[in-house]
Design a protein around this ligand. Structure first.
Ligand code: ZN
Length: 132
């Protein structure tokens, strides 16, 4: 049996974004005063304490720093989808995010592209796919 083919048929907890959404950058809070990009959102800029960081499109590429596989969750919704692969990604624009790793991410993947989507409950999630 082809292990790669079996992996692509796995049930996943997220909705696959349309191709157009995948080509866009990520909308991340950016400080208009100092340009700092932060995630998660906060009311003030973490760097200069400026008061009005606003969403701005940022490049979606980044470096996969670490990956792991979840085999247990306290979230009942996720239990049907285990095991799930997640990773820490250092975005090129600064922040480190945690994202679900899509099938295209292998043990050799170093560069990824992060896309915003929702899970099947409608909650926002980040997905990482191997950069081509
Ligand atoms: Zn700032």
């Amino acid at each position: 049996m082809n292990a790669g083919k079996a992996a692509t048929k796995r049930k996943v907890p997220w909705k696959r974004p349309a191709a157009a959404a995948r080509r866009k950058g990520l909308m991340l809070q950016t400080c208009p005063d100092c340009g700092y990009v932060q995630y998660p959102q906060q009311e003030i800029c973490r760097r200069c304490l400026g008061g009005s960081p606003a969403p701005k499109e940022q490049p979606a590429g980044g470096k996969l720093q670490a990956a792991t596989e979840l085999h247990a969750s306290i979230d009942e919704f996720l239990r049907d989808y285990l095991p799930l692969r997640i990773g820490n990604i250092q975005l090129d624009c600064g922040p480190v995010v945690i994202a679900y790793l899509e099938e295209s991410c292998t043990a050799r993947t170093r560069r990824v592209r992060v896309t915003a989507s929702t899970d099947r409950r409608g909650r926002p999630v980040l997905l990482a796919s191997a950069e081509k």
